[in-house]
Design a binder for this molecule. Structure first.
Ligand code: NAP
Length: 273
């Protein structure tokens, strides 16, 4: 029987996920199909009931449901519990188990470059859902300290508390001052949506140098203004598409039990930009 997978969220029309997973299933000769399924905010319970009715084999969860989905799970892996959000669910006869592949997906490009994060100081720009997974990732890598800067101070302070709960040193930095302070950090990570569609740069890049590692999780376009400007300052660059691909590969492996076809998925993904 054909297995059906989905991504749920709202908006979902422009999701790259079907274009990423369907060729991967075909490449491995798996009888599986992946669809984008719009579930508006407030309609998650009904949406999940419907997915169970069609015997969905598994699904990805994106904005705005990553946190809310937690209460509908029957089980959750450690990472998912730690972050308090899920992006990957397996359905076994109506029993839903959640995973969070954003944490390792975020770390994957860092590990691929053999960058040792231990003892590093990190500047994290942004305090939304993705920021929590990033903090959990850096906690795993035993960094020294993570400084959070964000447009809304209150949300940044929530992330500071979360980081402290995970045993990290953490503090808040005013977004206006962040550009002047970047020399104090080895990593500068953008987890805001600033830069999406090539619009805007979250901080001033004038003090970014060849010693900085700039990781922008925004993946559309590939070269965000932050990445373009940081390249000019000769910083080490990590692209948002690398995280997108890595977290998708991990979901694929959870669902199928097979290694995800990296090259096939990468070619499809980069072909879509
Ligand atoms: N590469 C990947 O695999 C991957 C994975 C997850 C997410 N992402 C991308 O990461 C971005 C954030 O995702 P999320 O799920 O964390 O979103 P979210 O929960 O909605 O958080 C959005 C963040 O962006 C900030 N922000 C939004 N507009 C801003 C503006 N005009 N000026 C300054 N700050 C602004 C928000 O600040 P306030 O708190 O002040 O509102 C908040 O920190 C999105 O672009 C998403 O596509 C990429």
């Amino acid at each position: 029987m054909t297995k059906t997978y989905a991504v749920i969220g709202d908006p979902i029309d422009h999701s790259l996920s079907p274009a990423l997973y369907n060729p991967a299933f075909t490449f491995l000769g798996l009888d599986c199909v992946y669809i984008a399924y719009r579930i508006p905010k407030g309609e998650l319970d009904y949406g999940i009931k419907d997915l169970k009715k069609i015997h969905i084999a598994g699904f990805n969860v994106t904005t705005p449901h990553k946190v809310d989905m937690m209460r509908l799970l029957d089980d959750a892996d450690d990472e998912c519990r730690l972050v308090g959000a899920t992006n990957t669910v397996v359905n076994t006869d109506g029993y839903l188990k959640g995973y969070n592949t954003d944490v390792d997906g975020f770390l994957d490009p860092i590990r691929k470059r053999k960058i040792d994060c231990k003892g590093c100081d990190v500047l994290l720009i942004g305090a939304g859902g993705a920021a929590r997974a990033i903090v959990a990732g850096f906690a795993k890598e035993k960094i020294h300290k993570i400084t959070i800067t964000n447009r809304t101070q209150e949300r940044a302070e929530e992330i500071v508390n979360f980081a402290r709960q995970l045993g990290l040193e953490s503090d808040y930095l005013d977004l206006v001052r962040a550009g002047d302070m970047v020399k104090n950090f080895r990593f500068i990570v953008n987890a805001t949506s600033v830069g999406l569609k090539g619009m805007g740069c979250p901080i001033s890049t004038k003090n970014i140098s060849k010693d900085s590692i700039v990781y922008d999780i925004v993946y559309m376009p590939v070269e965000t203004p932050l990445i373009k400007q940081s390249k000019e300052q000769r910083a080490t660059i990590i692209y948002g598409w690398e995280m997108l691909l890595a977290q998708a590969m991990k979901s694929f492996e959870i669902w199928t039990g097979k290694p995800a076809p990296y090259e096939a998925m990468k070619l499809t993904l980069l072909g879509r930009f």
